[in-house]
Design a protein. Sequence first.
Length: 246
Amino acid sequence: MLSSPSNYRHGSFHAELLPSYSLNSCAQPLRPVRNEISASNETHQASLATIREIRSDDQMRQLKNILSPADPATNYHKTLKQRHPDTCKWFLEDERFEQWKQSKSPPALWLHGQPGAGKSVACSAIIENVLLTMRSSTCLVVYFYFDFSDASKQTLEAALRSMLYQLAQQSDKIFQTLSAPKDKYAMSDSEVRRALESSMAEIPNGVVILDALDEAQPCKEVLAWLTESIACVKLRSESLTSAGPS
C-alpha cells in the first residue's frame, strides 16, 4: 500500500515523509534471499566441518607416525573369533568381576592359568564386555596383548605407545595436547611414559586391560609400571591382567 509523500517545513529544517509500504509486500521478495543466505550458511558450515575432519585425520596420522604404536586390535579380533558360544560366562558373570567394574577404586584384577587354557580368548571376551558396558566420554578403555610371536608387542614401551595412542583416539583433549607440536617427528620412551601418566591422571575414569604379561620382555618391568602408575593416578584407572603361572 502506497501513501502520497508530503513535506513539512519548519525554519531551516525540511522533513519529507517517504512513501510507506505494506510489510507483507516487502517480506515477499526477501524470503528467497533469506533462504539463499541460510542455504549458503549451511554449505559453509559443512565445508568447515569437512576441513576440520581432514585436518584431524592428518593430525592423527602424524601422531601415529610419531608414536609408532603396535595395533592390539589384530589380537583382539583374532582371539574373539576363537571363542565358542556361551563360553567365558563363568568369568563375566562372576561377582568379583562385577565388583571390579562398579567400584570407583578397585584393586587390579588378575586372571591366571596354565598355558593354552584360553586366557587370551577370555581376555578378548572381557574387553568386548568392558567396551560395551563401560566405555564412555568419561571412562576411557585401553588394552594391549603381549605376544611371543610378534616382536612389536613384547616390551613395556610398545604397550605404553599403543595405550597412549588409544587414549588420543578417544579423548579430544589428549589428542590436541599430543598433536600440538608441529615439528616433532618422534617421541622418546621417557616422553611417552610421562605423556601417558599425565593423560591417565587427567581422565575421570579409565580401564587398562593387559593380556599375557608372561610374554612381556621383561615381565617384571611391566609389573613395576603397573604398580607405580596405579599409585600415581590414585587408583582412578582400573587394571585387569592375564598371565600364565609365575
